[in-house]
Design a protein around this ligand. Structure first.
Ligand SMILES: C[S@@+](CC[C@H](N)C(=O)[O-])C[C@H]1O[C@@H](n2cnc3c(N)ncnc32)[C@H](O)[C@@H]1O
Length: 305
């Protein structure tokens, strides 16, 4: 039973987030000055991105820990109609994987932890931090992970983190935005990702931050093989019909756009994904345990090409 306090907390949650970001402004300014990054300091977009990086360093781990209860089952093939199951109900991630907006690599360890055998290992295994045991299991299904991330600071952290996790052979950071993936001059990498060459795309709380979402989702769709799968956990615009909440979300987004880098609240991500191209199956919904008045509603599920 939801109380008035719960409603209040949900409605004010984005403002709490923004206030944490606001408190990082002095630190961001000091860091940019001490590093002599004057151009970033005096460019609105650059400053927003730097501020977001400093915010995510603080809130990111908590966001991840809250999201793991959905994301791990999603990647293990234990989600249907946005409900987490103890049974494996679809294919787990496998093969050549593209992680969109990989950030500092916060989710990298999850690729080692998840059980990709298609057999549910039980709740006990979910809690284990014994990476070495799980690494052997995971390695069976995953051949390569490409982490696409445009921000130089994050790419540095991403490379460091995957190295610390012993994933150098398995995980490659690609230091560009997804809109530049087909430009070998931009990637500066020997790796080019050919259309139709990726088995699975994983997007976790990142499509909210990419430019020209509709166009770039279509570009990502083309990278998937026929039968390839796109695993999605994203926050999105409020559903049609919830007029007051939709208005409140748009009002909040006005301020959010300054404090949260390139992240936006009102993306119609579900529609853009469904219309990216023909899918053989779409299993995408809002988790049923989310209240109707949530200002940051999510979509969770898998689309299969
Ligand atoms: C909210 S963060 C999430 C990062 C990570 N997925 C996580 O959950 O910790 C969004 C990420 O999308 C990245 N991003 C922004 N524009 C992008 C683009 N054009 N292509 C790929 N990633 C982008 C940002 O740099 C940032 O790391």
């Amino acid at each position: 039973m939801e109380t008035l306090k719960d409603v209040f907390q949900h409605l004010t949650f984005p403002w709490l987030f923004m206030s944490i970001s606001a408190r990082r402004i002095p630190y961001t300014i000091r860091t940019l000055i001490s590093e002599g990054r004057w151009q970033t300091l005096f460019c609105l977009d650059g400053f927003r991105d730097a501020l977001f990086g400093n915010l995510w360093a603080i809130v990111g781990p908590q966001v991840k820990s809250n999201a793991e209860v959905r994301v791990i089952p999603l990647l293990e093939g234990r989600v249907r109609n946005a409900e987490v199951s103890n049974q494996v109900v679809s294919k787990p991630v496998s093969g050549r994987i593209l992680e969109v907006g990989a950030g500092t690599g916060m989710w990298a360890d999850v690729f080692l932890k998840i059980n990709t055998t298609g057999q549910y290992a039980g709740a006990e295994a979910e809690n284990t931090d014994d990476l070495t045991t799980r690494r052997r299991v995971a390695a069976r299904g995953i051949s390569k992970i490409y982490g696409v991330e445009p921000h130089a600071q994050s790419v540095k952290a991403l490379r460091q983190r995957t190295k610390e996790l012993g994933m150098e052979d398995m995980y490659e950071a690609i230091p560009v935005g997804i809109e530049q993936l087909d430009d070998p001059d931009a990637t500066g990498s020997a790796t080019t990702i050919e259309p139709g060459s990726i088995d699975c795309i994983v997007s976790i709380l990142c499509l909210c931050s990419i430019p020209d979402q509709e166009k770039n989702i279509k570009a990502l769709y083309k990278l998937l093989k026929p039968g390839g799968r796109w695993y999605v956990y994203e926050h999105v615009k409020v559903k049609r019909g919830r007029m007051l909440l939709g208005w409140y979300q748009r009002y909040t987004n006005f301020f959010w756009a300054f404090f949260l880098g390139s992240c936006r609240l009102c993306n119609d991500t579900a529609t853009h994904l469904k219309e990216a191209g023909p899918w053989s199956s779409v299993d995408l919904a809002q988790p049923p345990d989310e209240p109707v008045y949530k200002v940051l509603p999510h979509i969770l599920g898998v689309l299969t090409k």
